[in-house]
Design a protein around this ligand. Sequence first.
Ligand code: NAX
Length: 332
Amino acid sequence: SSRPVTVVVTGAAGQIGYATVFRAAAGDLLGPGVPLRLHLLELPQARRAAEGTALELQDGAFPLLEGVDVFDDAAAAFEGASVGLLIGARPRSKGMERADLLEANAGIFSVQGRAANDGAADDFRAVVVGNPANTNAYIAASHAPDVPRERFTALTRLDHHRAVAQLAAATGARVADVDGVAIWGNHSATQYPDLTHATVGGRPAPEALAEKGLGADWVAETFIPRVAKRGAEIIEVRGGSSVASAAHAALCHVRDWVRGTPDGSWTSMAVPSDGSYGVPEGLVSSFPVTCRDGAATVVPGLELDGFSRARIERSVAELVEERTAVRELGLL
Ligand code: NAX
């Protein structure tokens, strides 16, 4: 059998971390038949809880899981890792200014970027889940000069899934019949869930929506805010933030990145911009992407109408602002 892939999971004792590691151990991250080792990274105060998670992982007797190690030191945790699930982050506490939030997270992601640079395997790749995810990925990449920038991505797959599910529900279609949805920009309320290239059962989504009496105003006033604010809706209804759906999205993100997107189909990932669609080069922004041979490529040549262009510009402007704020704090 092949050598196990080392996967470092940060915030492993947190909610999303806990929901992610068992499915990773079951083969949902790298695919069936790929053995793995888990490196669980936590803050010193949560190290014991991560050790408890490691005991439970042992109790799963997962055939693919060749070992679990727990760390509270980033350099040690990233040693030899090929995959990073960067979930742990500093949440916004009451009264915290945005600059404080950016600063606290820059502290975390600069250290982890450096750790990846110095100790990770040559094929290291990471998805940042912890918010502000796009900018955290940008910071990590900036502190890992020897790792190709495009190996640091951020999670917008949950937004993508939310958009697919909402379109399916609105048209009465099955999720499996929906294709071509895209998330652009920041993983924040400014994100642009784009249906203009989507299809439902092979037909243009606007046509399928029109049949249900839903037009451009439904997209602008109901669909987009519903997707962009779904996290708040989950908190409101469930009494806690999205956990299993976020874990599922992170697993799908890495699995498709490593194993490829299905032929003729795309997904959404926040990746360092190659400059296409007017997004400044290097900015970690969500795009429709295809994955092949371990590389994600922004889908080229999509026609964007005025509405789409304005929405993308607005979200990208927010990313530029975050980058400027981080630069001004001297954190890059
Ligand atoms: P939790 O607070 O349950 O868990 C976070 C864990 O990270 C804690 O156990 C904490 O000790 C640990 N941690 C903090 N700093 C660390 C560091 N420097 N090294 C290692 N571990 C560290 O939060 P949870 O609900 O799991 O959410 C995790 C992150 O995901 C949050 O930032 C959250 O905002 C973000 N989300 C991102 C989503 C996305 O789509 N991109 C959706 C879900 C989620 O809101």
